[in-house]
Write a protein of this length. Structure first.
Length: 445
């Protein structure tokens, strides 16, 4: 039922079991080091289980049925609502940890995304906010304004195309979650919500038709011009210097700086300066559409205490992880782990300040501050603390998970680009399909 177990030696005390989706070898080694520090301080041994994020939901369900839940799990927001509804997560235990650490030290948004009448279903750990990355040298050369709204994004993309570049790269592949993630950013910016406060699906609206039309034309006319683009091409073509803008996550930051050999920037200028792309890029975390206000898509990961846990030991573990072990944990992959706990009661920015000095990279390591200005990093951090997502604050986490699994919207976007659907017809189809998914979920309760 589990994929890999890493033994951490300790005294003969019943261990707690910690599941982590940080399963890359170098990240697992750093995680082991934090565990060893925890065990040395508390005497509580820990069994680390590495689980692939794509399989954690089914593995958790199997272990729940078998009565073998882990004590603590590190997982993305997408699973929080479903696991709580199924009785896997202990909101009371999580609430106690948040109170012990001081709720005011956490990002308000990260707590709101998992709020229930019983308190938060899990404790916010870290997150990232998606952004538009753009070439500042090209924007300056062409006299372009930063891409902060639909109009300036389109204007810039057209000018870049005329100058011989691809205007913007974003998701178009109907089989990739990346398309959902990138489109949802645009939809949020145009004021589109998954449901209203009463749980009614609200995707066949003028705002949704508007953003479907805008996004599909942007991709077809000044973007990838295909229905096969996802994160890989979006990054590769930006690194090659062929693209003026791309939509990506902060996990691109260390790669842009030339710190990972397997995905080195390959632009003409990069041969002499591997960090050329990093030095000539800026970021727009939140942007707006004509019918909405500034919004940013992102992801938050949590530490959840299960209903099968040794609760006291699990709470001690999570409190340690988000205090004494926190900067080491953020350092496991600092480029994509922005602190959802900003600081302590005594020092409200301790972890944000510490994060800025953490080293990133795979084959070479250096702090992000070596490549990006304080203003750029502060902009990224603030964005990560103000992310939004469809459905979670309305209690529709299970519906969100199902939509992501079914890829309803990516398929509709591809059909618009390929000429099989109009934006109006696509909005009707999406509304009907999501309502069917919602009804099916209701019959399972």
């Amino acid at each position: 039922m589990v994929e890999q177990i890493v033994e951490v030696e300790a005294e003969a005390v019943a261990p707690i079991v910690f599941w982590s989706t940080e399963n890359q070898p170098e990240r697992a080694e750093r995680t082991k080091g934090i565990i060893e520090g925890f065990t040395a301080e508390t005497g509580i041994p820990v069994e680390l289980v590495l689980v692939d994020e794509n399989n954690i939901d089914s593995i958790m369900a199997a272990n729940f049925a078998a009565g073998t839940l882990p004590d603590v799990a590190f997982f993305p927001l997408d699973f929080a609502a479903g696991w709580y509804a199924e009785g896997i997560l202990d909101a009371s235990a999580a609430s106690s940890v948040v109170e012990a650490l001081d709720a005011t030290t956490f990002s308000e948004g990260s707590l709101a995304l998992v709020d229930t009448p019983d308190g938060p279903t899990a404790v916010p750990s870290d997150g990232w906010g998606q952004f538009i990355v753009y070439r500042t040298d090209l924007f300056e050369e062409l006299g372009l304004e930063p891409p902060t709204d639909f109009e300036s994004i389109r204007t810039a993309a057209e000018a870049l195309e005329e100058a011989g570049f691809i205007g913007i790269m974003s998701g178009t592949d109907p089989g990739q979650v990346f398309t959902q993630q990138t489109f949802e950013h645009f939809a949020l910016a145009n004021g589109v919500s998954l449901t209203d406060a009463d749980g009614n699906v609200t995707l066949n609206t003028p705002e949704m038709v508007e953003v479907l039309d805008y996004y599909s034309k942007l991709m077809a006319e000044v973007g990838p011009k295909d229905t096969a683009t996802f994160w890989d091409q979006s990054r590769a073509l930006y690194f090659a210097g062929d693209v003026g803008m791309t939509v990506w996550s902060p996990f691109i930051l260390d790669e842009m700086a030339g710190l990972r050999d397997s995905v080195l920037p390959s632009c003409d200028e990069c041969a002499d300066d591997p960090a050329f792309i990093a030095k000539n890029s800026a970021f727009v975390p939140a942007f707006s559409g004509p019918s909405g206000s500034e919004a940013q898509y992102g992801q938050v990961s949590y530490l959840g205490i299960t209903t099968g846990a040794n609760t006291e030991a699990a709470q001690t573990f999570v409190e340690y992880w988000l205090s004494d072990g926190y900067l080491d944990w953020l350092g496991v992959a600092a480029e994509g782990k922005f602190p959802m706990r900003r600081g302590t009661t005594e020092n409200s920015t301790e972890y944000i300040d510490g994060w800025g000095n953490l080293e990133v990279g795979v084959d070479r390591r250096a702090p992000l501050s070596d490549f990006y200005s304080e203003e750029v990093l502060e902009n990224i951090i603030q964005g990560a603390n103000n992310i939004d997502r469809w459905g979670f604050t309305e209690g529709q986490g299970q519906l969100v998970s199902a939509i992501y699994s079914e890829l309803v919207i990516p398929q509709a976007i591809a059909d618009i680009i390929d000429g099989f659907l109009t934006p109006e017809d696509a909005a009707v189809q999406i509304q009907e399909q999501v309502e069917e998914i919602q009804a099916a979920l209701a019959t399972e309760e």
